[in-house]
Design a protein around this ligand. Structure first.
Ligand code: NAI
Length: 667
């Protein structure tokens, strides 16, 4: 058991407490930390001659980053939450009751339970620098500050705290100082400890001039009402537990004494910790961490092949997007090949998108400088032998692909990596077209490429691990979030999506209104409902895919047969321009025996359709890890982050037990 908090009492009676959770990169409130803190408090409670204390972290870039999320996500019952929170409450109450002043000297991350600790101290001093971030970001993981944050921060800085907490903002030191969260700033490079001790001496001498006005909450009702409207706008009307309960804790707690407010916070916090949304959000947080740095997904010790030039085949919808993301995220020269007539329109399109990004200050260099790295060609010219990676995005026809790979392999080097963006042709089926097929794999992008984070990296039977690792490296360079899977019709994301669409179409054929089916899923948290999505991607596309799957979907057959390919694609589809359902489309919906479904039944039915495919994908080894599926569906389809992915949500709601008698995630 390590000693986390250790105090040295200096001659002048100033206690300097350094805390360091040895062995961890970050300081968090571990059991050891609480135990050690309790010992320190006992020492301080009985100490004579200590006039005040400065708390400072022993880590170079981290003050204290809050509670341990893994532990929180495993808590299952109210008494368990209470036991965990009791540590916080009893420690912080004892700290608040010390007869001597305390100063938190902050550098690095001071977040969540770390800031809640600092808020109990008499004063706060923070060192500026890019690593210093101060805030209560719990809302981002489906929680809210439950160790006094919802009560102490508003009492310190007034109602602006409400928005800070509801948005989970993390502030640099200077902004925290402007808002009154910290009292003093130390410039980057300054001596934080010396400044902290000097500040403490001022507090002791009564010259620090700390203003702690009693905050006026007389307008609280209207502030809360506004905040509530803001949340509901951001969640498109969904009442998620974390922001709703945080708001109630503040609304009710700020009208009573601090100790009563803390009790109110504690009750709501128990409720939020036990919510499924907290567990779902924490899962998404870990999924994000897992795929934020694709390097961690590569084979240990792998050194990626250095890319000096990337070539793209096909300057259509997808080729353009792949070119845009390679150009803007790397400094690599990009060569793109298509027929002569496609080159100028492609170039103009790329420039238009880059111009838009420059306008929004999302480009780090002038558009001309970015465009200067783009070369277009309609022949397999001199540029190809120097390409280290070729991404193919030509027509989705195996004959065309065969011809293209045949021509390509005559001009590229043997070690050049080749990747197809195909959405439906197995990588293994195309491998024979590529000489040295170990260097060939899939990289499946989503449209529009520059807005969609996900890519599926596909391992064909012959694809080498080195190629997979190099494709993960490319994904990292162009800032994509990759998942790795094996050949499978629709890979992961489309394989899960299409059965959901088929199920949704069945519901409308059974007489459930289109609006109701779509609304059920937007209320569930999807960005669009399934029928609208079919309309937006172009109705002919799922129609064709379903035929490929051996399913002649009657409604789509009727709708496509009537020349309605979707509002955007052909001006007519399921919807009118004003967003309402087109009555002409209604007449084309096939008939089935009527079956009226409730919103919950629709949600459960469509989730079931997805999860069944997910189970099959796992069983067949298309992915090695269930988390790949959830990453794919969250970042490829916009599945709600608070639900943690379809597979996690099935676990949390009991659906996986009901369907298969077991959970997908290990306990
Ligand atoms: P597209 O029709 O917009 O573009 C294809 C381009 O390839 C055209 O510009 C065409 O002139 C060019 N091309 C044809 N033969 C060529 C050759 N021999 N050499 C060089 N260029 C040639 O098609 P899109 O939508 O960009 O699709 C391309 C690939 O990406 C397909 O494999 C498709 O399945 C896949 N994909 C499409 C998605 C989408 O949402 N459109 C999503 C993910 C993958």
């Amino acid at each position: 058991m390590g000693k986390v908090f250790s105090m040295v009492v200096e001659q002048a009676g100033i206690g300097v407490v350094t805390f360091d959770v040895v062995g961890d990169r970050m300081n968090t409130w571990t059991d050891d930390a609480f135990r050690s803190f309790a010992e320190l408090l006992a020492e301080l409670e009985s100490a004579r001659g200590v006039r005040g204390v400065v708390f400072i972290s022993g880590k170079p870039e981290n003050f204290l980053a809050g509670a341990n999320l893994k532990l929180i996500s495993q808590v299952e019952t109210a008494p368990q939450v209470d036991r965990t929170m009791e540590h916080f409450h009893s420690s912080f109450n004892r700290l608040a009751s010390l007869p001597i002043p305390t100063v938190a000297a902050i550098h690095g991350h001071c977040l969540g339970g770390g800031l809640e600790f600092a808020l109990v101290c008499t004063g706060r001093i923070a060192k500026e620098g890019k690593n210093t971030l101060i805030g209560l970001p719990e809302i981002n993981v489906g929680l809210f500050p439950g160790a006094g944050g919802t009560q102490r921060l508003p009492r310190l800085i007034g109602t602006p705290a409400i928005e800070l907490i509801l948005k989970g903002q993390m502030l640099p030191a200077a902004t925290a100082s402007e808002l009154g969260i910290v009292d003093r700033l130390v410039p980057a490079g300054g001596d934080l400890l010396a400044a902290g001790k000097a500040f403490l001496e001022e507090i002791i001498a009564g010259t620090a001039g700390l203003k702690r006005p009693v905050r006026d909450f007389s307008q609280l009702d209207s502030v809360v009402e506004q905040a509530r409207a803001g949340i509901l706008k951001a969640t498109r009307g969904r009442e998620l537990p974390a922001p709703m309960l945080a708001l109630r804790a503040m609304h009710e707690g700020l009208k009573v004494s601090l100790s009563e407010g803390l009790a109110i916070e504690r009750n709501y916090f128990t409720e939020v910790v036990l919510s499924r949304e907290a567990k779902g959000s924490i899962n998404t947080f870990f999924l994000k961490g897992m795929t934020d740095k694709p390097a961690a997904m590569m084979t240990k010790g792998f050194v990626p092949k250095e890319l000096k030039r990337v070539a793209v085949l096909g300057f259509g919808t997808m080729g353009r997007g792949i070119v845009i993301d390679t150009l803007r995220n790397t400094r690599l020269p990009v060569l793109v090949k298509d027929i002569p007539a496609a080159l100028e329109p492609g170039r103009a399109f790329v420039r238009k998108i880059l111009d838009g990004m420059a306008e929004k200050k999302r480009l780090t260099e002038p558009v001309d400088a970015v465009m200067a790295r783009l070369t277009t060609t309609s022949a397999y010219d001199d540029g190809f032998p120097s390409a280290d990676l070729v991404v193919e995005a030509v027509f989705e026809e195996i004959g065309v692909k065969k011809q293209v790979y045949g021509e390509l392999c005559r001009v590229i080097r043997d070690d050049c990596i080749v990747a197809s963006n195909t959405s439906s042709i197995p990588i293994t089926a195309m491998a024979p077209f590529v000489t040295n097929p170990g260097r060939f794999g899939g990289i499946h992008f989503f449209s529009p490429v520059w807005l969609m984070q996900l890519v599926e990296v596909i391992r064909g039977e012959k694809t080498s691990q080195e190629t997979i690792d190099n494709l993960l490296n490319y994904a990292a360079l162009i800032r994509k979030r990759p998942i790795v899977c094996r050949d499978n019709a629709g890979f992961v994301v489309n394989a899960m999506l299409f059965p959901e669409m088929i199920e949704a179409l069945r519901y409308i054929e059974e007489g459930n209104p289109i609006e109701k089916v779509d609304r059920a899923m937007t209320r569930f948290g999807m960005p669009v409902g399934p029928i609208r999505l079919i309309d937006e991607v172009g109705i002919d596309i799922p129609h064709k895919v379903f035929i490929g799957m051996g399913i002649d979907q009657q409604t789509l057959k009727n709708v496509v047969g009537a020349g309605r390919l979707g509002l955007k694609k052909s001006g007519k589809g399921f919807f009118l321009k004003d967003g309402s359902v087109d009555p002409e489309a209604l007449a084309l919906i096939a008939n089935r025996p009527p079956r009226e479904l409730s919103e919950e039944e629709i949600q459960k039915g469509l989730l079931t359709a997805m999860v069944r495919v997910g189970k099959d994908i796992l069983d067949r080894g298309v992915v090695d890890d269930v988390r790949m599926i959830d990453v794919g569906i969250i970042w490829g389809l916009g599945f709600p982050a608070d639900k943690g992915g379809p597979m996690k949500w099935a676990d949390l709601t009991g659906l996986s037990m009901e369907l298969f008698g077991k959970k997908f995630y290990p306990a």
